[in-house]
Design a protein around this ligand. Structure first.
Ligand code: ADP
Ligand code: MG
Length: 676
């Protein structure tokens, strides 16, 4: 058995587990080792019974004051009471009838579990029970928490990791001792072991630093290595005045930023070298219309173009709008949709059309790239919300046609210093202002006690004909993470409006990433058509969706998201002429204000927020805060790890200068690592 062996060689992995592991991309021991935790449970300092807090997972020191009582029933419920002499707290366990025999009345234990308010009755649910000494031992360790598919428990996966760590020494460490020393980085195998089973916070931070550095380093090296020399393109276009005319006949007039960016784009496409441009515009700044105009330019010149969206929902939405746009302004141009949900028969027909229709416009998700679509006349590739794509996907599509022009659109306001590193190979247009008809979004940061008021406010907006989003960090309840989830939240909110009826029959629906794409599409289009009043969702709606009638967004557990991501989320409202609102609910009942959330409260400027995000994050903040998903880094975060990014960039530059094609023997492993 070695690092390349199949997971089925591990103890406890049968056919079923093997299949389940495959769904999360884990086939070999190496894959297991590289499946890093996204969070760590730190067992907290225990508190007395009287200090409990609702909706919080905590360690409570208490004396068992009643003998555990077995209520039986379908859930095999066992109840008991604990006390600190002043206050009492009921405790409940499910499916653990044996717990009765392990506890003695009058003894003091540490109970680690979640305190809940169930119909105004406070209970400590399903606590793990420890003797004080054992708990003290636990407190000094960090327990890994993994993103796993259905059917694999965190415990089971942790056991597989324990069996696999011995093979970490077989990982090829591609960084030279020089770099490791200069940048103070630990060895790769150590970083891998420590990230799964850190014994101290320092060890964990060291491990994370190495892994984050590697991600940046390999990303930048790949970028350097695939940089295209200025090659000519055969798709040099003419007659941009006709496009500019159409840009003046739209339902709205373009903002000066849009005019400027459109000018840049059309000029690039009229040259005989391929455009490589990044269009960076804050959420709602109106990037989509510029993409449409660029594609129009393309079809007027007799060429094909492709528009790629990161999600099916977004692809659908762009497709519908683009079709309407072309009907009006380019009646002879056909628009096609290609996503994972298109049936096989239809896909075949569409692909045939695409290979024959010289001015076709195709909109799709990356199914477009993965599949062997033949676009013989492809002159322009646009990727919307680029940060969701890795560079490799960008390349694949680039090479489909005869070096087409590329336009990448991103709403992630990356500070200039970082943009130069991450987008070093691109020209950049920045759009800072929003269309004039917009009122700035009104924000507030509140705590859980404000929830009821928020619901009343949402109700008022619905009565005025508007719609609302509520964002939760989780899809379903999690033992490891203390945060609200879409599924229970939807149930609870439906209950709430049943108990507090109003004149409108409020329609509530949930949306999350575990749903089938077709179902997500249906829900999104129902929401866009106003058939749903409140959409309760995870961050799947974060990217690009445009429903101008939605005027309120409430973000639950806002403290768990990165600032840049919250700003993106907020961009789903304030897209029409109406006043819009964003309510950030801080799930931690703390006395002092949350500094990070206050920044969002005080500004709607994405670039300002990104800069502040960069300043505020300290080394310990990284766990538990959801990353912004930028550029698909798994461990690294461009804001938090900005200085590492700079270091990695420097090292890559040095290396490329010395050995441009990585031909030196010492760079052999490195070359393999980036698949060149
Ligand atoms: P984003 O830049 O976030 O992708 P969109 O392109 O989706 O933003 O534009 C947001 C909304 O603003 C859309 O409904 C779009 O039709 C509208 N819009 C775009 N440009 C203008 C403009 N110049 N004036 C008024 N509305 C505009
Ligand atoms: Mg967009």
């Amino acid at each position: 058995m070695d690092i390349n062996s199949s997971v089925s060689e591990l103890k406890g992995v049968g056919e079923k587990t093997k299949k389940q592991l495959e769904t999360i991309g884990v086939y070999t021991i190496r894959d297991i080792l590289l499946h890093f935790p996204y969070n760590y449970i730190v067992f907290p300092e225990p508190v007395d019974v009287s200090e409990y807090e609702e909706d919080t997972t905590m360690a409570i020191r208490g004396e068992l004051s009643t003998r555990p009582y077995n209520k039986g029933g379908r859930f095999q419920m066992v109840t008991a009471t604990i006390t600190d002499g002043q206050k009492k707290l009921p405790v409940v366990w499910f499916h653990m009838p044996y717990i009765r025999n392990t506890l003695s009345v009058g003894e003091t234990y540490i109970f680690y579990g979640k305190v809940r308010n169930k119909n105004n009755r406070i209970v400590l649910e399903q606590p793990k029970v420890f003797h004080e000494d054992d708990y003290k031992q636990k407190m000094v360790t960090l327990q890994p928490v993994y993103h796993l598919g259905d059917g694999i428990t965190n415990n089971a996966f942790t056991k597989l990791i324990s069996q696999s760590v011995q093979f970490a020494t077989q990982m090829n460490d591609f960084l030279s001792p020089d770099i490791k020393e200069r940048r103070n980085l630990v060895d790769l195998n150590r970083a891998i072991c420590d990230s799964h089973f850190p014994r101290t916070m320092d060890q964990l931070l060291d491990a994370r630093k190495r892994l984050a550095f590697d991600e940046f380093f390999l990303f930048l090296l790949r970028l350097e290595a695939t940089k295209t020399e200025s090659i000519k393109t055969i798709y040099q276009m003419h007659g941009k005045d006709r496009v500019l005319d159409i840009s003046k006949q739209l339902d709205f007039s373009l903002t000066p930023s849009q005019d400027q960016a459109l000018g840049d784009i059309l000029k690039d496409m009229s040259k005989d070298v391929p455009m490589q441009r990044l269009l960076q515009g804050d959420v709602g700044s109106g990037k989509t219309i510029l993409a449409f105009l660029a594609m129009l330019y393309c079809s007027q010149n007799g060429y094909q173009s492709a528009f790629m969206a990161p999600t099916e929902v977004l692809a659908m939405q762009h497709y519908e709008k683009l079709r309407a746009f072309c009907e009006k302004h380019a009646p002879f141009t056909n628009v096609y949709l290609l996503t994972g949900s298109v049936s096989a028969a239809n896909k075949k027909a569409i692909k045939r059309e695409l290979s024959l229709d010289p001015t076709a416009i195709v909109v799709g998700t990356h199914a477009l790239i993965v599949d062997d679509v033949d676009l013989p006349n492809l002159a322009l590739v646009i990727t919307d919300e680029q940060h969701r794509f890795g560079v490799r996907q960008r390349e694949t599509l680039n090479h489909k046609g005869d070096l087409p022009h590329t336009l990448i659109m991103s709403a992630t306001p990356i500070p200039r210093t970082l943009a130069i590193i991450l987008y070093g190979d691109l020209d950049v247009s920045v759009m800072k202002e929003s269309p004039k008809n917009r009122l700035p979004i009104k924000n507030c940061v509140v705590n859980k006690n404000y929830r009821k008021k928020a619901y009343e406010f949402i109700e008022k907006q619905i009565k005025e004909g508007h719609q609302a989003y509520i964002i939760c960090p989780l899809v379903e309840e999690s033992e490891a993470v203390d945060a609200v989830d879409v599924i229970s939240y939807t149930k609870a909110l439906k209950e709430y409006y049943k108990e507090h009826p109003c004149d409108v029959n409020i329609k509530i629906t949930c949306l999350h990433g575990k749903m089938k794409p077709a179902e997500k599409n249906r829900i999104m289009s129902d929401f866009a058509e106003g058939k749903i009043h409140i959409l309760i969702s995870t961050t799947v709606i974060e990217v690009g969706v445009d429903v101008p009638n939605a005027t309120v967004m409430m973000v639950e557990n806002a403290e768990r998201f990165g600032l840049a991501q919250l700003h993106q989320l907020r961009g789903r409202v304030g897209r029409g002429a109406w006043q819009s609102y964003c309510i950030f609910l801080d799930g931690k009942n703390r006395k002092e204000k949350n500094k990070r959330l206050e920044i969002l409260n005080s500004s709607n400027d994405g670039f300002y927020i990104a800069e502040k995000d960069l300043e505020l994050r300290g080394p310990g903040d990284i766990f538990g805060i959801k990353q912004s998903g930028d550029l698909d880094f798994k461990v690294a975060d461009i804001y938090h790890d900005a200085s590492l990014l700079k270091d990695a960039s420097y090292e890559v530059k040095q290396m490329i200068e010395k050995d441009p094609n990585l031909n030196l023997p010492e760079h052999e492993i490195l070359k393999q690592s980036i698949n060149l």
